[in-house]
Ligand binder design. Structure first.
Ligand code: ATP
Length: 372
């Protein structure tokens, strides 16, 4: 095995899972490095949970392989793998206290009493519940119960911890606290965590890498900034962050730019961020993040610039979102940072607006559909 392979904690190779003829996971290649926090992100029904269950051995693929630390575990059930899973329903034992919930798995494995005491003590410190060991489960807050579930899943030191939307039942503030807490626990524990979510902010906040899924396929796997700045296609661009997606056709190209026609207007798109060397005639989509659209004096030096009209403005505290008409067909959304005293444009006002060539991405996926 090469060193690179040694770094891989868990892997799927061309994994396929079908249910009654429907393909829930479709040819997924995923390599998760040891010690990383990875999120699987995508809309409801895209196959995130099924992929997680394949990794954990709760399901087995119809085709392809699952490798844990380089070892083929494709047909090994959950109890034979060194992985553990936490579900949204924590399934703690209500009649046992915190200590015994966490110790349960070690007792089943016939671990010695002194070793159990040491390991449960350590893990209680890690999740900061040291003084709660004799508390009954019914006397815990939602956040504390989450920590007990995490402690119980980590106490037998799994190679990989799989988490299926464990925070989705929590209210917003607690959820944000638990995101930070889970990340801290992962860092201190030094383990590999794979986390399923449909919340892009949660994935961006917590992950070393994100896998974006759609209709059973892994569309892109990369760091949060790779996925945000160089989305593989318009679905990913739209799913992560706010972006203007406009149908477009390449007219010509030179070393640095593409000249594109979009919504009846000429647009210069920089090529520095592009992987694809689109040729003249190719149809695709332009992606321009809301925050890259500039208004007023800020638009003065943009290569792509129009006199346009503000059609709507929404105050969001630290920012203002504008709806803009740049041309008869070219409509844009802009998200502008706002501080008290800044100019605030009103609906009906004429403004200069624009964006720089390097802030436009041309994505060659017009035919695969978008915005679903
Ligand atoms: P959600 O965010 O809603 O949980 P998901 O991305 O986790 O969705 P999966 O639960 O993996 O998606 O489901 C993927 C597809 O497979 C869906 O169309 C679902 O209906 C189907 N599916 C999942 N489990 C089963 C099952 N046990 N039997 C039949 N179909 C299933």
């Amino acid at each position: 095995m090469s060193n690179d392979q040694d770094d891989i904690a868990i892997e799927t190779r061309a994994a396929v899972k079908r249910y009654a003829g429907q393909t829930a996971v479709n040819q997924v290649h995923l390599q998760v490095k040891r010690g990383e926090f990875v999120s699987l992100l995508g809309p409801s029904g895209c196959g995130k949970t099924t992929l997680l269950r394949l990794l954990g051995g709760l399901e087995h693929p119809d085709e392809g392989l699952i490798l844990l630390s380089g070892k083929d575990v494709t047909h090994i059930p959950a109890y034979g793998r060194n992985t553990n899973m936490i579900f949204q329903q924590l399934a703690l034992f209500p009649h046992m206290d915190v200590y015994n919930n966490i110790a349960y798995g070690l007792k089943v494995q016939k671990t010695g009493a002194a070793e159990i005491k040491r390991r449960v003590g350590e893990i209680l410190e890690l999740v900061q519940l040291g003084s709660y060991s004799r508390r009954s489960i019914s006397q815990l807050s939602g956040g504390q119960a989450q920590r007990v579930a995490i402690a119980r899943a980590l106490v037998n030191r799994p190679e990989v911890l799989l988490l299926d939307e464990p925070l989705s039942a929590l209210d917003m503030q607690l959820r944000l606290d638990m995101q930070r807490e889970l990340k801290r626990i992962q860092r201190e524990f030094g383990g590999t965590f794979i986390f399923v979510t449909h919340d892009q902010h949660e994935a961006m906040n917590m992950s070393d890498r994100i896998g974006v899924m759609k209709a059973g396929r892994l569309l892109q796997y990369g760091t949060p900034s790779e996925i945000y700045e160089r989305p593989a296609d318009s679905f990913v661009a739209k799913f992560i962050g706010d972006t203007n997606l406009l149908p477009a056709q390449v007219k010509s190209r030179d070393h640095t730019n593409l000249l594109v026609e979009s919504c009846g207007e000429k647009v210069v798109a920089g090529r520095s961020k592009l992987k694809l060397a689109a040729q003249a005639g190719v149809h695709g989509m332009l992606s321009i993040r809301y925050e890259y659209v500039r208004i007023g004096p800020a638009a003065e030096h943009c290569v792509n610039r129009w006199m346009g009209t503000v059609t709507d403005s929404t105050y969001g505290g630290a920012n203002i979102q504008y709806s803009l008409e740049a041309g008869p067909q070219l409509k844009l959304q802009a998200n502008v940072l706002y501080q008290p005293g800044d100019i605030r444009y009103q609906p009906g006002e004429q403004v200069q607006l624009g964006f720089n060539a390097e802030d436009v991405l041309f994505l060659e996926d017009a035919l695969s559909g978008h915005g679903e």
